[in-house]
Design a protein around this ligand. Structure first.
Ligand code: GTP
Ligand code: MG
Length: 365
């Protein structure tokens, strides 16, 4: 019989992984604070220049770093207060000023302090303007090689997928929630012992000697009766990711179910993931959790090249949409003109025909 993961077993201890979430700027701090409230025992550091905002975060054990806006002072402050960890999750909104000014510096310090640095970056809304979009892309390019991996989410996509009646704040909370679900699952998998274990060493193996990887992260909880095609669709369809991963280089897959879970289902799901990456490496974790009776919880962390982000010629989505709007406008204008031309032609024919008794358009019948 399989051993239950939540049973205490002193002979099977996983070394404690030191994980810290670091929020930068207003948006980054808000998201990091939310993650800290959702995920147990998560070290949290909030970095911003806005004293009032930092003060508003009250619950839990938080480290707050108030930037002075004097770069040399801030560098010292950050070097002093950012402590060594195994995994740092750096959250920032790429459209923010603080992020633009400080992200690179913070990552340079973190490169020396954390074994793995993962960036969780939010792209601005399209309505914030093309300039913001381009700036966000520039910031991303500047910092990409300082991180092992980056996950890029899009505020714009939230708007496309939530109910129109939702208030602005609630809509933003949706993205924060989706993010928290995936990260919570990842952190749990790294921390808790499993039947087939995924641990921090596997994460290191995933990012071994390579920086600037693009991350696809998703976690789903579903009934084990769900059709395989539906599971696959949901697993590979995180609606908020700005950039999709086409051909993953390496995949980490964690499958968890209740004591009633049949092994063949695990095999079938793993197979679906395997075909996405037949020549690459897949690390699989397996676990049984009593509370997951009748359910499945699947986590996927895939990494691939982030070249798409660095391509100078690739236009931002906003630019593309703008171009599309122009083309549509042109087409509309042309079809209107055509309509007018047609009407004029018909009028002409009718005028011609009025000279005769029978209208021309009846002749074809
Ligand atoms: N997903 C999400 N995005 C947010 C949230 N709060 C703000 N943003 C986004 O953050 C971006 C602005 O960046 P901020 O981090 O607030 O700005 P900043 O870095 O503090 O710099 P300043 O502009 O000087 O305040 C915009 O694109 C917002 O849409 C949030 O709670 N969730
Ligand atoms: Mg701010």
């Amino acid at each position: 019989m399989l051993k239950k993961s939540n049973e205490k077993d002193s002979s099977f201890k996983v070394p404690k992984v030191k994980i810290e979430v670091i929020g930068i700027g207003g948006g980054g701090c808000k998201i990091a604070y939310f993650l800290a409230s959702e995920i147990k025992n998560l070290k949290t550091t909030l970095i911003d220049k806005d004293f009032k905002l930092l003060k508003s975060f009250k619950k839990g054990k938080l480290k707050k770093i108030l930037l002075t806006k004097e770069e040399h002072k801030d560098k010292k402050l950050l070097e002093k207060y950012l402590k060594p960890v195994d995994l740092s999750l750096v959250v920032a909104c790429l459209g923010g000023e603080t992020t633009k000014r400080y992200l690179a510096l913070i990552l340079e310090i973190l490169e020396k302090k954390a074994k793995i640095n993962l960036g969780i970056f939010i792209f601005p809304f399209a309505f914030e303007g093309e300039k913001k979009s381009l700036e966000a892309r520039d910031t991303l390019k500047k910092v990409l090689t300082k991180l092992e991996g980056v996950m890029v989410l899009s505020n714009q996509k939230v708007f496309e997928s939530v109910a129109k009646s939702l208030t602005f704040n609630l809509a933003l909370q949706e993205i924060n929630k989706t993010l928290a679900i995936s990260l919570e699952n990842l952190i749990e998998v790294l921390r808790a012992p499993q039947l087939i274990n995924i641990d921090f060493a596997d994460l290191r193996e995933l990012f071994k000697k390579s920086k600037g990887n693009l991350i696809y992260l998703n976690s789903i909880s579903i009934s084990k009766e769900t059709k395989l095609e539906e599971i696959e669709k949901r697993l590979f369809q995180n609606p908020f990711l700005e950039i999709k991963l086409d051909t993953p280089k390496k995949i980490l897959l964690s499958l968890e179910g209740g004591p009633d879970l049949e092994l063949y289902l695990f095999e079938k799901i793993a197979e679906k993931v395997y075909v996405k990456n037949p020549s690459g490496r897949i690390i699989i974790g397996l676990n049984q959790i009593k509370s997951l009776q009748g359910k499945l919880r699947i986590l996927i962390l895939a990494i691939g090249k982030a070249e798409v982000l660095l391509d100078k010629n690739s236009k931002t989505k906003y630019q593309k949409e703008k171009k599309l709007r122009k083309v549509t406008k042109m087409k509309r204008k042309t079809s209107l003109e055509l309509q007018k031309e047609k009407e004029l032609q018909v009028k002409k024919i009718l005028e011609e025909d009025s000279k005769w008794d029978k209208p021309a358009f009846l002749e074809s019948f």
